[in-house]
Design a binder for this molecule. Structure first.
Ligand SMILES: Cc1ncc(COP(=O)(O)O)c(C=O)c1O
Length: 365
């Protein structure tokens, strides 16, 4: 396979999926894959055996969930238009509105489906203001608990998405208790509650049994079906972006330019000012900056000490390349878009997608 390409390893994916299934078995919580994070449907055959369905942030994701994943489909959007609603009701089992105005405008159109609203509890866990759903002026979810109480008759559930990369179980448990205290009366009148995504429960060392216990107790106490919406937790650590060094230049430090780009292929590192992890070469004493080949001056994956000195032709494997990568990749600079490869459970390497000039021009006009 010609680089660059994303390589998804089903064995590594399976590790996460087994944890998700265990959480379901022990706690009773259902897990819906957040398609905004990962929508590479070539591995849905494996994923659907372990997850209960998908959750979406727009009409196309809802359709993809119905057509390529199956099982249960939750459809949320920060803003539905009337045509969106007429389309999304064909795919969704549950429609979740972001505001009471959207609920009131459209609940009649989705009669027969389960209806919910997103709630902003006013607190959250996030290292990044940009991704903090309870940030000042947040438009994500209903803030007014009194107004929420008045529409309980129109809905069967609520969604709270209040975590972002939260690996602190005690914090999660405390915030879950707060939700119980603040919304207990509403929850007691509903059938389901989604706790959103952003909980790193597939991370090594996460207190899984305690997590399951909390979810189970919460569900029982309020008589609700609990849902989780794992995105990153489902796919963490299961893919690499495989690249080749094209050139090494020197400006105070060695800078290796690879045939991929943060801006086009791993955008979140730019957005959140984070560095990529390198899966290979391993750590050592050769200092190098690894940078992308777009024209953006700050298109930098990070600075590293590696065990081999990079030179043109060296292969660099960038770790953790599944979540929020393939769903966000773009055609900036007209760069060749990384293909998608899957290492199946039996070890076979499947090139499931390659992109070419035709895809580039057809994305423009
Ligand atoms: C409503 C909702 N659910 C689920 C997710 C998935 O979060 P993560 O990929 O961090 O698990 C997000 C992420 O933004 C979200 O906004």
């Amino acid at each position: 396979m010609i680089t660059p390409y994303y390589l998804i390893d089903e064995k590594k994916l399976l590790r996460n999926l087994k944890i998700i299934r265990r959480v379901g078995e022990v706690s009773g919580a259902k897990s819906m894959l957040a398609l905004k994070c990962f929508a590479t449907w070539s591995v849905f055959g494996l994923m659907r055996q372990y997850l209960d369905g998908t959750t979406s942030s727009g009409v196309y994701e809802a359709r993809l969930g119905r057509e390529k994943f199956g099982k249960e489909v939750h459809a949320f959007s920060v803003g539905f238009s009337r045509p969106d609603i007429r389309e999304v009701r064909r795919y969704a089992d549950t429609v979740i509105f972001n505001s009471l105005s959207q609920l009131k405008a459209f609940y009649r159109e989705v009669r027969g489906l389960k209806i919910g609203v997103r709630v902003n509890p006013g607190f959250s866990y996030s290292h990044f203001d940009l991704a903090d759903p309870a940030r000042r002026y947040s438009r994500l979810g209903v803030r007014d608990a009194g107004a929420l109480r008045k529409v309980v008759g129109l809905i069967s559930g609520v969604m709270f998405h209040f975590n972002c990369e939260n690996d602190d179980f005690d914090n999660f448990a405390r915030n879950l208790d707060r939700i119980g205290r603040n919304y207990g009366e509403v929850l007691g009148r509903l059938e389901w509650v989604s706790l959103g995504g952003g909980v790193s429960f597939t991370k090594d060392g996460y207190p899984l049994e305690q997590f399951c216990d909390r979810l189970k107790v919460f569900g029982k106490k309020f008589g609700v079906q609990v849902y989780l919406e794992p995105g990153e937790a489902a796919v963490t650590g299961c893919a690499e972006l495989v690249t080749t060094v094209l050139d090494v230049v020197h400006n105070e430090t060695d800078v290796a330019i690879v045939d991929a780009s943060t801006e086009a292929h791993m955008l979140d590192h730019l957005v959140y000012h984070t560095s990529a992890k390198i899966a290979s070469p391993g750590p050592g004493r050769c200092k190098v900056m690894i940078a992308g080949r777009s024209c953006l001056a700050g298109d930098v994956f990070g600075q590293y000490s590696l065990k081999t000195r990079l030179k043109p032709g060296s292969v660099v494997r960038i770790a953790d390349a599944a979540g929020y990568t393939m769903v966000k990749k773009n055609w900036f600079n007209g760069l060749p878009m990384p293909g998608i490869c899957v290492r199946r459970l039996d070890g076979t390497l499947d090139t499931v997608r390659s992109f070419g000039y035709k895809d580039y021009i057809s994305s423009l006009s």
